[in-house]
Design a protein around this ligand. Structure first.
Ligand SMILES: Nc1nc2c(c(=O)[nH]1)N[C@@H](CN(C=O)c1ccc(C(=O)N[C@@H](CCC(=O)O)C(=O)O)cc1)CN2
Length: 288
């Protein structure tokens, strides 16, 4: 049996049609929604992602402002820039591309962003709201994964979902969103014992470990749903995920590819969050 493919690129295109429509309505009624993107340094992968974000904004009728800072910028310089964007009434969303150079505290930077403009959903306030099931800006990658599962009509209620990886930007919020869908969640990580025994029980596996081809076919229950969040380069420099796609696709029921899976959905959810932030700000002004 070969797994059914959940194509993030196609789904993104469908969702972006609605985003474009909504952006145009907001532009007509108020002004063009606007996302500010801060890129510190010259990390090659980050440059690609930021370029894609700016281009995606343009395609959907969202204004974007790209602020590039040199790699040796001080933490204070980044904070000052964020504070200026926080004050700017024409800016709805702010994101700082991660990772940052080592001498800058990511946590400090994220906490400087106005919660209402935190379109990455990384601010402590948004993290706390998510964990309490309150309205918030949801982190883009895990939110994109949920949309992909929904698009394939995968009902999560009562299912055993295993998240591989406990990062703050993917693993932990992913577990939270799966819980919200009434899945039974295992959050596995590098210290988890007998991992294969656990993965073999899982109905849904979300691989977010950052290790090329980590999830092998013998770790997957026949018919399971396998979502690959990994973005790695193999020894030939070719893009690959955390899942051994060629072999796992013969065991899994559903699978996502890399590229063309979760990656494009991350950017689509960022566009969606920018519209939500813009709408919230327009509403707030109307209610004043
Ligand atoms: N501030 C943030 N920083 C980072 C985030 C984030 O959500 N917010 N996530 C990742 C990188 N990322 C977005 O920034 C991201 C990664 C990959 C893709 C993507 O579309 N990948 C394509 C392949 C692109 C390529 O050729 O390299 C795919 O999978 O099809 C989008 C966004 C870390 N930093």
């Amino acid at each position: 049996m070969t797994a059914q493919l959940i194509n993030g690129k196609d789904l993104s295109q469908q969702i972006r049609k609605n985003i474009k429509e909504k952006a145009s309505q907001l532009t007509e009624k108020y002004r063009q929604p606007c996302l500010a993107v801060i890129l510190v340094g010259e990390d090659p992968a980050s440059q690609v992602y930021v370029r894609n974000k700016v281009k995606s904004c343009e395609d959907c009728g969202i204004k974007s402002i790209l602020q590039r800072l040199p790699a040796d910028s001080t933490e204070k310089e980044v904070i000052d820039l964020i504070n200026a964007l926080n004050q700017d009434k024409e800016v709805d969303g702010i994101l700082v591309q991660l990772p940052l150079p080592k001498h800058i505290s990511e946590q400090k930077i994220i906490e400087t962003i106005d919660v209402a403009k935190d379109v990455d959903g990384f601010h402590l306030h948004n993290v706390g709201a998510l964990s309490c099931g309150l309205p918030c800006l949801k982190p883009c990658t895990p939110h994109g994964v949920i949309k992909m599962l929904e698009s394939a009509n995968i009902d999560l209620e009562g299912k055993l979902a295993l998240v591989l990886g406990r990062s703050n930007i993917v693993g932990k919020p992913m577990a939270q969103l799966l819980l919200e869908k009434n899945a039974t969640v295992i959050l596995a990580h590098s210290k988890t014992r007998n991992l294969q025994k656990l993965t073999l029980q899982a109905d849904v596996i979300i691989a977010a470990v950052g290790r090329p081809l980590f999830l092998k076919a013998e770790m997957v229950k026949p018919g399971a749903v396998v979502i690959d969040v990994g973005i790695n380069r193999n020894s030939e420099g070719k893009l690959c995920g955390d899942v051994d796609f060629e072999n796992v696709k013969e065991t899994a029921g559903f699978i996502t590819p890399v590229p063309g899976g979760v990656g494009p959905m991350t950017i689509t959810m960022l566009l969606e969050n920018t519209l939500i932030a813009a709408e919230n700000s327009f509403q707030k002004k109307e209610n004043q």
